[in-house]
Every structure is written in structure tokens, then in C-alpha cells.
Design a protein around this ligand. Structure first.
Ligand code: NAD
Ligand code: SAH
Length: 413
């Protein structure tokens, strides 16, 4: 039995799904093939991923391939209730609503796994974690799963290294058609979109401090610069720090950056990137946002303890008044600002990520019984298939090597 906020919101959810579908040529072509070939006939799929329109279209595509699909979110604030309603309207089992408590969130994950899936999609590793512990019996049919994001992959690799990975998993994040576009251009645009949506403030002229210069941080820095911000980067990796300097950004420790930033955005996957000693020296009115992982990158507990007053200023902005009168503003409860205060990555980006997801689940089903309990990279053919459809949809053609060129490139002497 589904548990969502309000089924009467379904019409608005369908409008959103139908809108994004028009801009998702990769999933459209996979949807058409799946409808004919039914690669998931008789198969059960559990999904935990941000429940918004693009995700709903992925679920519909898997169902078109013959699967029974149970869906939940992967973040307490990113579920869009109208989209959840549309999926229930389409006959899916959905357990999710925006603003779940920690207990409800976990309950929804467990209900989603109770399907005893053949394959699953995880985003951040929460389903995988339950399948290794409390919900082990729900993993009895699992051929394998596909993990969407960087932090989920870190967790899987730690498990694999420790000899504690009990399932086959595919690393969707490290496919080229995923992280090069989703983590970089997707996060760059949608993080600014979420921040602007919540604050209605200008980016131009602000000093924007970016914690982490990985794929997400690079995208964020590039787009903030493009909008006229003065960009400062903090890092712990010397090579990433050199990259940031050569890309034209100022690099310094957070202890220094804390004093000069107007807007802070963490994109590291690490905890306590911004904490008490940083809050102590920040400017009045500073804006704090996270677009990395969970609500641990900005230490909310220490912020709360330092505050003499805490209040909701407007949707997705909480004010924290310090004893000296300064007010610091936390966006989206320190959770992913692009999904909690916006619609996440754009349709054209999720089309690529979810094209990879759909093809990886098909790959797992096709190779059932052949795969070990380890983390597999996405097969190159899948990356290339997604790239080919994307390029064609953009109306871009490229050159092909001639036989002579291939011979020249491969010559030994
Ligand atoms: P990445 O590994 O490419 O980059 C992370 C960077 O952060 C690295 O360069 C690392 O050295 C740096 N770092 C780590 N700890 C730090 C610290 N304490 N201070 C400063 N820098 C630090 O990872 P990525 O692909 O850029 O992903 C970053 C995070 O964002 C992950 O948690 C990932 O799951 C998440 N993510 C979010 C979205 C989104 O929609 N908001 C999209 C993709 C990934
Ligand atoms: N559960 C964790 C996971 C981080 S989510 C958390 O909430 O903190 C990061 C992932 O969200 C990215 O890898 C990206 O692929 C995905 N994402 C970004 N925009 C999205 C969207 N519009 N719909 C679905 N997933 C999205």
C-alpha cells in the first residue's frame, strides 16, 4: 500500500512529467525499445532516488520494460508530492513525501525493499546499507544494484575493500556520461538555481566560497564565476587545489575563507567542512548552503548551539542569530540545496544519468548469475550508446577515423 501526501495532486505531477519527457530523448528511445522488448518481464525493481519528474519518467520507463517498480526518495526534502501522486495514479507503489522524519524515511526505504527486488537503484547507499543489515532477507532475489552518486560509491568501495560487500553493484557515477555532465554541469546550474530560488538575491559581486573542487565543485565554481561572483575555493587535495588556482580561482583554508564569504556552498562528501570556529568569524548575513551529501557538511548542531535565536525566515531559509547580533542563514536545512529548494538537475542532464541507469539494470538482468559480489564499472558500450543518442539529439555530428588514420595511430615502428 502506497504512502504519499495527497493523491489529488496527481494532475500537477503528470504536467511536470510530460514537460520533462519532451527534453529526454535518451530515455524516450530506451522507453520505446523497452516497450517492445520487455527486458524486465516478471522482474521487480526497488528505487531510492530523488523523487521528482525526471525520476518518475525513469520509473515509467522501467515499468514499460515489464517491471513491477516500488519507489521512494533518497532525501527527506527532495520528494515532490505531486510527482509521487502521479506515480501512484499510474499504479506504482510509492512510499515518500516531502519533509519525512528520520523514522519515516527509514520506514519508506524498508517498504520499498520489501518487494524483494531482482535489481535496484540506490542514490547515496541507504538501500544497500539496509540490505547488509536489518533488511538482509529482502536481498534474497537481488541480481545487483546500480549506485547513482559519488558518496554512495565511496561507501561501496569501503565495503568491498573490507570484504563486506554481499551484492553485485554497478558504479553509475563514474560512467563518463554521468559525472562529466551530471556532477559538473548539472550541479553547477541547479545549485545556483536552488540558492536563487530560496533567497531571491544577486550572485554578481558576491564572494562565493566553494568547499571542494571535485566534479561538483568545478561546475559550481564555473557557473558562479559566469554570474559575476568572486570565487574562493577550499580543498584538502593539493592537486585539486592547483587545478583551482590554474582555473583562475583563489584557494585558501576555510578558516580564512570564512571571514570573507557572502555565500558558502559545500560540495565535498565530507562532514564538518564548515563548523563552529568558522561560524564565529563569518560576516553578518552570510548564506550557508550544501550541495554535497546529506546534512553533515555544515555542522548544524554547532550552529544551533551557538545561536541565541533561531527562526524560519522564509521557505528554505532558517536564521541563526549569534550572541554578537550577526545573523547567519542556513538554506534548505543544510540538505542538498539544488533538490530541496529547486528541481535538481535539468531534464537534459538527468536524461544522460538515467539513460545509463536504465541500461545498467538491463545489463544486470541479462548477466544474472555471471557477476561477482563486487563494484563493476559501467560497460563502455553503455556509455557510448548514451553519448551517441545525446549527440544526435543535439544535432551534432563528428568525424570518424579513416582506415589510414587508424593504421597511423596504431603503428609500432
Ligand atoms: P569528488 O570526489 O569529485 O570531489 C569532492 C572534492 O571535495 C574532492 O576534490 C576532495 O578533495 C574535496 N574535499 C573532501 N573533503 C574536503 C574538505 N573537508 N574540505 C574541502 N574539500 C574537501 O566528488 P563529486 O562528484 O564532486 O561529489 C561531491 C559530493 O556531491 C558527493 O557527496 C556527491 O555524492 C554529491 N553530489 C551531489 C549532487 C547534487 O545533485 N547536488 C550531484 C552529484 C554529486
Ligand atoms: N541521498 C543523498 C545522495 C546525494 S544525491 C543526499 O540526499 O544527500 C546526489 C545525486 O542526485 C547526484 O548524483 C545526481 O545524479 C542526483 N540528482 C540531481 N538532480 C536530480 C534530479 N533532478 N532528479 C533525480 N536525481 C537527481
Amino acid at each position: 500500500m502506497s504512502a504519499i501526501k495527497d493523491i489529488s495532486l496527481a494532475k500537477s505531477g503528470w504536467d511536470k512529467i510530460n514537460w520533462v519527457k519532451s527534453y529526454m530523448p535518451i530515455l524516450n528511445s530506451i522507453n520505446k525499445r523497452f516497450s517492445e522488448e520487455k527486458p524486465f518481464a516478471g522482474k521487480k525493481i526497488s528505487m531510492s532516488i530523488h523523487l521528482e519528474a525526471k525520476t518518475a519518467y525513469l520509473a515509467l520507463t522501467l515499468a514499460a520494460g515489464g517491471a513491477q517498480v516500488y519507489v521512494t526518495g533518497c532525501n527527506p526534502l527532495s520528494t515532490q508530492d505531486d510527482v509521487a501522486a502521479a506515480l501512484v495514479d499510474a499504479g506504482f507503489e510509492v512510499n515518500a513525501w516531502r519533509g519525512v522524519t528520520d523514522e519515516e524515511y527509514e520506514e519508506h526505504l524498508k517498504k520499498t525493499l520489501s518487494l524483494c527486488p531482482d535489481v535496484m537503484i540506490d542514490d547515496g547507499g541507504d538501500l544497500t546499507h539496509l540490505l547488509h543489515g536489518e533488511c538482509r532477507e529482502y536481498g534474497k532475489n537481488l541480481i545487483g544494484g546500480a549506485e547513482e552518486t559519488t558518496t554512495g560509491i565511496h561507501r561501496l568501495l569501503s565495503r568491498e575493500m573490507a570484504g563486506k560487500l554481499d551484492y553485485t553493484m554497478v558504479d553509475v557515477n563514474d560512467a563518463d556520461c554521468k559525472h562529466l555532465f551530471d556532477n559538473r554541469y548539472g550541479t553547477g546550474q541547479s545549485t545556483l538555481d536552488g540558492i536563487m530560488n530560496a533567497t531571491n538575491l544577486i550572485i554578481a559581486g558576491k564572494t562565493v566560497v566553494i568547499g571542494g573542487y571535485g566534479w561538483c565543485g568545478k561546475g559550481m565554481a564555473m557557473r558562479a564565476k559566469g554570474m559575476g561572483a568572486v570565487v574562493v575555493v577550499t580543498e584538502i587535495d593539493p592537486i585539486k587545489a592547483i587545478e583551482a588556482v590554474m582555473d583562475g580561482f583563489t584557494v585558501m583554508p576555510m578558516d580564512e575563507a570564512a571571514k570573507i564569504g557572502d555565500l558558502f556552498v559545500t560540495l565535498t562528501g565530507c562532514n564538518d567542512v564548515i563548523r563552529d570556529r568558522h561560524f564565529a568569524v563569518m560576516k553578518d548575513g552570510a548564506l550557508l548552503a550544501n550541495s554535497g551529501h546529506f546534512d553533515v557538511e555544515i555542522n548544524k548542531k554547532e550552529l544551533e548551539e551557538m545561536a541565541v535565536e533561531v527562526w524560519e525566515r522564509k521557505p528554505n531559509i532558517r536564521g541563526y542569530k549569534m550572541a554578537d547580533g550577526r545573523v547567519l542563514n542556513l538554506l534548505a536545512d543544510g540538505r542538498l540545496v539544488n533538490l530541496a529548494a529547486g528541481n535538481g538537475h535539468p531534464a537534459e542532464i538527468m536524461d544522460m544519468s538515467f539513460g545509463i541507469q536504465a541500461l545498467c539494470l538491463e545489463y544486470l538482468v541479462k548477466h544474472a548469475g555471471e557477476l561477482e559480489h563486487k563494484v563493476y564499472q559501467v560497460p563502455r558500450e553503455i556509455d557510448e550508446q548514451v553519448a551517441a543518442i545525446k549527440l544526435a539529439s543535439m544535432g551534432v555530428t563528428i568525424d570518424a577515423l579513416t582506415d589510414e588514420q587508424i593504421a597511423y595511430m596504431n603503428q609500432v615502428d
